[in-house]
Design a protein around this ligand. Sequence first.
Ligand code: RIB
Ligand code: CA
Length: 319
Amino acid sequence: MAKKVILDVDTGVDDAVAVILALRSPELEVLGITTVTGNVDVEKATKNTLHVLELLNRTDVPVHPGARGPVTPGTWSVGERFHGAGGLGGVQVPEPSTRPRKEHAVDFIRRVVREEGPREVTLITTAPMTNAALSLLIEPDLAERLSAIVSMGGAFCTGRQGTGNSSPRSEFNVWFDPVAAKVVYNSGARVYAVGLDVTTRRDAAISRELYERLAESPDEVGRFVHAILGAYVDAVGYAPMHDPMAVASVILPDLLTFELLPVDVEICGELTRGETVADFRDFDAEVPRRRPNVHVAVDVDGPEFLRLLLDRVAGLELG
Ligand code: RIB
Ligand code: CA
């Protein structure tokens, strides 16, 4: 039985690859995609998502635009500089011929979870958690009714890689809307956080060699993935697959190793805004610590992830 999921995205380059992976995986039934401002503004994220669905001939999947900005007060700017003009690695794509739905993302999430029944739907967020937080604030019972929230986000300091990207101590999706992340982590939902600790592992990233193999993909979707990854690989030498890993963790439940820990989010720090603080300390009974509330990904089978990813998004078989 396929797992029912809703994807919440800020399409962006790796969000686009995550959408392709999800829709080409029979283990998942994508009930719909909600969009939010993050890498690019919500209008662009929506257009880019519609384009990917047209490329996949999956315009049956509804797209519901969501929040235009973070719930965290203060000024903000989108992360377009990392995802190229337009948000797809600088690749200019035609205006989509399909339209998004009129129902707001938050209303869609709440309605579908109610219609599908308790613990039937997993919300996979690969963007700032603004839509998820708003849904939970409007309807707190959603935390129990969702099967889980699997969130690409955070940096839990499990090693040098788990520190930060948008700042020395915070990962972009949390940095962009730290209050939203705090709401989600403390909502009582079953939260699985797929952070930079695992998504930046080099054995789980698209190396230049794999990038060049993508150009030989037998189908146009694989070649589209090659095209949108180009700027990133040229700039950094490889392409971490942050968002696809969150999706892959739902497809292959054993792909990641999780540790249930007390986690909270710094929302005020001058230097540490958006830091996801996991408490790894071992306490004896006398020294209470906060209730463990987030399953933090602490390890990944990198080669297995790449085998799944390249096969599904590009029809390439890795040895
Ligand atoms: O830090 C990585 C995350 O920020 C990914 O979701 C990427 O798409 C950007 O949104
Ligand atoms: Ca994203």
